[in-house]
Design a protein. Structure first.
Length: 656
């Protein structure tokens, strides 16, 4: 079988950064970008060492840079000592103590602002309380909280005393929570009574109690409960304690615990994992360096910026670009408790207007849902403060990219289409806004110091203009260190023997064009083999969504087919009402012909099913594995507790 993925999308539109933007950019022009890349190519260790010394505050300076002796268990800056919380808070106290660190907008629209000095004091009080509870460096603390200033306080307090935190997204079920408490060996849990989303109250503490009732969590000594909703919840004394009670009387200063650069800062369990949860473990020094540098390079961070990443802190994007990266740079960051369509679909645009947001970073799924909810709505708001737009989480189809560019960015804001993963820690492939011309739907080029390549199944480069398997050839500081408690699984998953254990396997398919620009075409298991042609599902999805008159959103999966090997099955959300009967058949024919015209007959969906929506997690991620089960006519046995809209599954089971 050929391991080359055929790339069928040919994007000719190119958008260079404006001369005005280049002039003020932290990385100014292609020559500056090439110079940085050349420095890394000539002396990789020297490159990262220089940046680590210039951008982080070290308690004990490192003298060793990269240890490859136990590859693929790489170590960076491994004889140096630092503290992540010190880097995010203390070092700003002398220069800007009263600067706003976090602007928090609650679901109901109320706004709370906290300065760097006030945030420091809150973190210190909780850190002292955790020490009082007997939490030592290396102990694991599980955090199950809503979006709030308090969740950042909890994460930073753990980092301050050298505890390893594991944040679990507030939409996960009791079973998911129990598995993660057990796997991490957590001795403390920090949660809240509940949270608000879209005008609804969602319980959290009762879910924690349910997780404990399942057994196996006996090693948890304390549960700290932040009072968010005020709804009464059972408190199991002496285990359960109110947040306000545990911090009462605690000093508002706390000496940081200096840890080795390789000390585990956090464990984050990847969503959608089946069987045993997969805990991605990150270091302190290398991870913090990746977040700090990408804030400066990719988001062109300026002292006056108001930065808004719409992710939940339960995901890696929220860790890197809310909890750590922006605070390390001394930036003002926006946090949001609610959803983009409540109380109406103008919520994001109103928040950008009200808080004068300069850099806006969100997911293609959110962009597509906002197009569907009101494509002209952004025009009603003053978005003139925006200077950079970003996307994260999945490839963005070119038509959604163009809408983002013209309607939200008013054709003056560079779009950074960022490729990275939970495992990479920080952004690896993306346009630098003041240097690299952008192309709709392309993540463009790797950052300096990142050696990305596309290979076949033997690990050989496929060359420009072709597709294959995305790999990273050299280690980088913010990379995953291991899978918590399962080093063999780490090696097998990310450094497989097929590649002699030397190439990091991203698990994504990708292609490059003649200029070396990367286009991510979806997970390797989202690559379809239709009559011997390997097609990325994202390309078929992009073709469908390019029919902007009809289609709001689409997800494509494969199912076994006797004739072609695999058949393309498309799940489509239309801009109008969901059709049925003859009208559905007519529209399905029309869209099949459309895809044939856009890509070629080989990519025509064998089947199209229409729905009012697609199955999504509460963070907005499309659950393609559920769609694969539906397409194949299989019973759904997977956990659907994280779905925002489980009822949609029954609707999508109906064939048109």
């Amino acid at each position: 079988m050929s391991s080359t993925i055929e790339t069928v999308l040919h994007e000719t539109r190119v958008f260079p950064p404006s001369a005005e933007f280049i002039r003020q950019a932290n990385v100014s022009g292609m020559e500056a970008y090439r110079k940085m890349r050349a420095e890394a190519e000539q002396d990789l260790e020297g490159f990262w060492a220089r940046l680590a010394r210039e951008n982080l505050a070290w308690h004990k300076p490192f003298t060793k840079v990269l240890d490859e002796s136990k590859a693929p268990f790489y170590r960076w800056f491994y004889d140096g000592e630092l503290n992540a919380s010190y880097n995010c808070l203390d070092r700003h106290l002398a220069t800007q103590p009263e600067k706003v660190a976090i602007i928090f907008e609650a679901d109901d629209g109320s706004v709370t602002k906290v300065s760097y000095k006030a945030l420091y004091h809150q973190v210190c009080r909780l850190a002292n309380a955790l020490r009082h509870h007997g939490i030592k460096p290396g102990d694991r603390v599980l955090i199950y909280m809503p979006m709030s200033i308090h969740v950042i306080v909890a994460m930073q307090a753990c980092a301050r005393i050298g505890a390893t935190h594991s944040v679990v997204f507030g939409g996960f079920s009791a079973k998911s929570l129990q598995e993660r408490i057990i796997d991490a060996g957590a001795t403390e849990v920090i949660t809240a009574d509940g949270q608000f989303r879209g005008g609804r109250e969602i319980p959290l503490k009762p879910v924690v109690d349910e997780a404990f009732a399942m057994g196996g969590c006996e090693h948890v000594r304390n549960v700290i409960v932040y009072r968010r909703t005020g709804t009464p919840v059972p408190m199991n004394s002496p285990r359960d304690k109110w947040w306000d009670d545990v911090i009462k009387g605690q000093p508002d200063a706390c000496e940081p615990t200096w840890v080795n650069a390789e000390h585990p800062l956090f464990i984050l369990y990847t969503s959608g994992s089946t069987g045993k949860p997969k805990g991605v473990q990150h270091s302190t020094g290398g991870y913090l360096l990746g977040c700090t540098l990408t804030m400066q390079w990719v988001f062109d961070n300026k002292p006056s910026d108001v930065f808004w990443c719409t992710a939940d802190v339960g995901w890696v994007t929220g860790h890197s670009y809310i909890a750590y990266g922006p605070l390390s740079c001394g930036t003002t960051v926006v946090m949001f408790e609610g959803i983009p369509t409540y109380p109406d679909a103008g919520r994001f645009w109103k928040m950008i207007q009200d808080h004068r947001v300069n850099v806006f970073y969100t997911a293609p799924t959110a962009i597509r849902s906002l197009i569907k909810a009101g494509g002209d709505l952004p025009k009603k708001y003053d978005l003139s403060s925006l200077r950079i737009l970003g996307t994260v989480g999945e490839p963005i189809n070119p038509e959604a990219w163009m809408w983002y560019h013209t309607t939200v960015g008013r054709e003056r804001c560079p779009i950074v289409d960022t490729w990275w993963q939970t495992e990479t820690g920080s952004i690896l492939i993306t346009p630098l806004p003041g240097a690299i011309p952008t192309k709709p739907g392309s993540a463009t080029l790797p950052l300096p110091g990142i050696f990305a390549d596309i290979v076949d199944e033997t690990g050989q480069s496929v060359g420009r203009g072709k597709g294959g398997i995305l790999v990273i050839r050299r280690p980088w500081p913010s990379m995953i260190r291991t899978i918590w408690g399962d080093p063999e699984r780490y090696k097998k998953t990310y450094y497989p023997a097929d590649f002699q254990g030397k190439l990091y396997l991203a698990g994504d398919g990708a292609s490059t064009d003649e200029e070396g620009y990367f286009r991510i075409v979806g997970r390797i298991d989202d690559v379809l083999n239709v009559s011997g042609h390997r097609l990325g599902t994202m390309e078929v999805e992009s073709a469908l969504v390019a029919n902007s008159k009809l289609v709001a959103e689409a997800a494509v999966v494969g199912r076994p087919d006797e004739l072609t090997g695999e058949a393309v099955v498309a799940f489509v959300v239309l801009k109008g009402v969901r059709p049925s009967g003859e009208e559905a058949k007519k529209l399905a024919r029309e869209l099949r012909d459309w895809v044939a015209k856009e890509i070629g007959p080989i990519a025509k969906p064998k089947e199209i099913r229409f729905g009012d929506n697609l199955p999504k997690t509460r963070s907005g991620k499309i659950m393609r594995r559920l769609l694969r089960s539906i397409a194949r006519g299989e019973d759904i046995t997977q956990d659907v507790s994280t779905l925002e809209n489980p009822a949609i599954l029954e609707q999508l089971k109906q064939t048109s």
